[in-house]
Design a protein. Structure first.
Length: 720
RNA sequence: GGUCGCAUAGCUCAGUUGGCUAGAGCGUUACAUUGACAUUGUAAAGGUCCCAGGUUCAAGUCCUGGUGCGACCACCA
């Protein structure tokens, strides 16, 4: 044996020997108890980051349960990551002076497909580098045909059970990405914008968005506000930049009399709050901003007999970007004497795109929504009755709160990289012949006729599903795609392990959709890990330049060292600061493990063995007692999801008791050839190797095989 | 504004149902070693366990209040 453990030279070899021996494959026909984890599918197109290395929790569970004689399946996969990937691809196009608008739908999709497939292998190779015992033969991609078929089925079922509806409503729209987002994907930031006080007939109103006022449909005040009482219900003609607008004054308790002037203009088409008000009072929705983020005055310019002055103005504003139009209008407002004052120090919070940071425009669009109420109710029941257990426990409350606050889920995305929605709009809808579901029908195959009215003219919805819609189906979809035996044996899965930050976006939705389709919870346990931060506790991000590449760590110190550093001395579910020093510390531990083995191996060859020396029997008994206690603590910790404690237990024992104390004490006896001492030390050592194997698979395997031979794999031994 | 979490050694953090003479990693100091390992060992320094009350034979641990951080959610023109 080398005097030092050399992970770089042997890790890859060991990993392929596991693969060759079929150790990571699950047998769906096995009579053993099943234990199954579905890997949260990483983005097929991106390199792994340190957060992915946290899946080491999954690996250690898989290995541990395998060593407890379970039939284990850890199923890998990859996510197409719709918006993320299309965004990256568009940046790549831009570098070549192109844009997505230069290609038709099929070509663009194919280009992104090729782009992703080229990169996909990288991510998989990195999972192997981490030593993950994944069953590669069962790997799945969210755009695989069989997965898409299952996703389509789910959509159809939701449609048939009336949990799916199409609605014209305000969606969060990023004009730069060219797609809408769900509420979860909007990032609010504090921003300073001028607040304009405008003369508005007999009133003064305050607004940061004067550009939308052309399409105001009402004025609202608080019903208790005495100042405006006499105007209630009256319709006024308000002079504006393009002539007079008719507007009714309505009262609503939600209007804050203390804000601004206490009177508010209602713009249902471009403000979520106003949209709700509009709905409540039956106000028309009249958009003035396009999905390109430009002003649309065609509604005005199409009118007859427009005074010249207004026509010139409207033409000036038309098709301008929002910010530019606002500047132009403020000038004209000044000229007309309609601008009362400007508060330059007004700060408010605005929604921005989580991808590129541009301002999110609330725009009225027709989209697919999932009615979540019945799904949420079932999911909540499952969690509350303990059919799904959450670890650490405090996240259960969190999950319940999340479920309580779930609003209908917008699943339409206006991008091509994803699963195209299998819904069709019948042309006859417009002339009233196809009334069913507002003229929409769902078809899994390319349809020949409208399934509602038999008409032959229809168009497929150009949109694709929100990536989370397919992710929400991942546990049952992957197992169904793997085959009936897999589904029957391994579903519901044992544990869903992921970061607590996607409890809402993913875990809650998996429970909702999973139960809806299978009538079973998709998993029995949820284990949540924390977020990795840098050594100062700061979030890692490219802009801060504090990102650590896991592959670099593996290259320098070995996969075991990195894995250990992520588990050792941390609280499950808590955020953990990452430091290279900690990896070095764990590298030292792997080396210690190696060298204990080396020492025992060297002494195994000693020639002058004396079987009769038993004067150390008392110490040997003490040692065995300590081992028993250690193992008991280890198993209790492992079964209770206290992995850090389990690792700490073995670390402490093996290094500071076994090596520092017992080996030193028994060294002389050992070197004098006392075989009983040797055998006991070896036995205790092997037991510790087994306990460590789930955490540090490579070094434990390497030493194990020094003693047991190349064909004996440590994972095939049993912990109890 | 709402919810949750966190405050323990110089730094980063563990501390299981109350039993602590409070631990680990890294760092610091002294010493040892051509010996399995310097990626080592032995020893040492270093803590009012945020503050104030309370429960208890016993509180780092449980309860109440306060202070200071952090995260998530909601977002008022």
């Amino acid at each position: 044996m080398e005097p030092k453990f050399q992970p770089k030279e042997i890790e890859d070899l060991i990993y392929s020997s596991w693969q060759d021996a079929g150790l990571m494959k699950a047998d769906p026909n096995s009579s053993k108890k099943p234990f199954c984890i579905i890997l949260p599918p990483p983005n097929a197109n991106a390199d792994l980051h340190l957060g992915h290395a946290m899946y080491v929790y999954e690996d250690l569970m898989i290995r541990y349960y395998r060593m407890l004689n379970y039939e284990t399946l850890w199923l890998p996969g990859a996510d197409h990551a719709g918006i993320e990937t299309q965004y990256v691809f568009e940046k790549y196009l831009k570098k070549q002076g192109k844009s997505r608008f230069d290609y038709d739908r099929q070509t663009l999709f194919q280009m992104i497909w090729d782009f992703v497939m080229e990169n996909r292998g990288k991510m998989e190779g990195q999972l192997k580098k981490l030593g993950f015992a994944l069953d590669w033969e069962k790997k799945k991609f969210t755009l695989d045909e069989d997965i898409v078929a299952i996703v389509y089925d789910t959509f159809k079922k939701l449609f048939e059970e009336k949990l799916l509806y199409r609605d014209y409503r305000l969606v969060n729209y990023c004009t730069r990405c060219g797609t809408s987002f769900s509420d979860l994907e909007v990032v609010y930031i504090e921003k300073k914008d001028p607040l304009y006080y405008l003369k508005y007939g007999p009133f003064t109103i305050a607004t940061v968005r004067p550009e939308t006022k052309f399409r105001d449909t009402a004025l609202a005040v608080n019903p208790k506000d005495r100042r405006y009482k006499k105007w209630l219900g009256k319709t006024l003609e308000i002079p504006g930049l393009l002539g007079e607008i008719k507007m009714t004054v309505i009262a609503d308790p939600e209007v804050d009399p203390k804000f601004g002037t206490g009177i508010m203009k209602v713009t249902p088409a471009h403000d979520p709050h106003d949209f709700e008000l509009g709905k409540k009072y039956g106000l028309p929705v009249t958009p003035i901003i396009t999905t390109q983020g430009r002003m649309d005055f065609s509604w005005f310019l199409g009118q007859k007999n427009i005074p010249e002055k207004y026509r010139i103005r409207a033409e000036k504003y038309h098709n301008q970007k929002i910010a530019k139009a606002r500047t132009l209008m403020v000038e004209d407002l000044k000229a007309d004497g309609l601008l009362v004052k400007v508060d330059e120090n007004y700060t408010h919070r605005i929604g921005t795109c989580y991808r590129d940071g541009s301002v999110i425009e609330p725009l009225p669009l027709e989209q697919w929504f999932i009615k979540v109420k019945p799904l949420v109710a079932e999911a909540k029941k499952i969690v509350q009755t303990g059919k799904i257990k959450i670890h650490p426990k405090r996240f259960q409350k969190h999950l319940i709160t999340i479920l309580d606050n779930f609003i209908d889920w917008n699943i339409s995305r206006q991008i091509v990289w994803g699963i195209r929605i299998p819904a069709y709009k019948c042309q006859k809808m417009s002339n009233g012949k196809c009334q069913m579901s507002k003229g929409w029908f769902v078809s899994l195959e390319k349809p020949k006729v409208c399934s509602n009215c038999g008409a032959k003219e229809f168009e497929q919805d150009p949109d694709t599903f929100d990536t989370w819609f397919s992710s929400a189906q991942w546990p049952f979809a992957t197992l169904m795609a793997a085959g009936k035996k897999y589904y029957d044996n391994f579903y519901p899965t044992s544990v869903m392990e992921t970061g607590y930050d996607i409890l809402r976006a993913w875990v809650a939705r998996m429970i909702m959709i999973g139960y809806f389709i299978t009538k079973k919870p998709p998993f029995k346990n949820v284990f949540l890990h924390g977020l990795i931060r840098d050594r100062q506790g700061q979030k890692m991000s490219k802009s801060k330049g504090n990102v650590v590449n896991p592959m670099e760590m593996i290259d320098k110190y070995g996969a075991d060292a990195l894995r250990g550093a992520l588990i050792f001395n941390v609280k499950e579910g808590g955020d953990l600061p990452f430091s290279e020093e900690k990896v070095i510390g764990m590298r030292n531990f792997t080396n210690k493990i190696w060298n204990i083995g080396r020492f025992l191996e060297l002494n195994s060859k000693a020639e002058n063995r004396n079987l009769k020396q038993v004067q150390n029997s008392e110490q040997l008994n003490e040692l065995k007692k300590e081992l028993t206690a250690e193992k008991k603590n280890y198993i209790r910790a492992m079964n209770g999801y206290k992995f850090s404690q389990a690792l700490g237990e073995v670390y402490e024992f093996l290094w500071h008791r076994f090596a520092d104390y017992y080996i030193e004490e028994l060294k002389d006896a050992l070197q004098n050839g006392n075989i009983e001492v040797l055998d006991t030390l070896k036995e205790v050592y092997f037991e510790n190797l087994k306990m460590l194997h789930p955490f540090l698979p490579f070094v434990t395997e390497a030493v194990w095989q020094v003693f047991k031979g190349k064909n004996d794999f440590i994972i095939n031994s049993k912990i109890v």
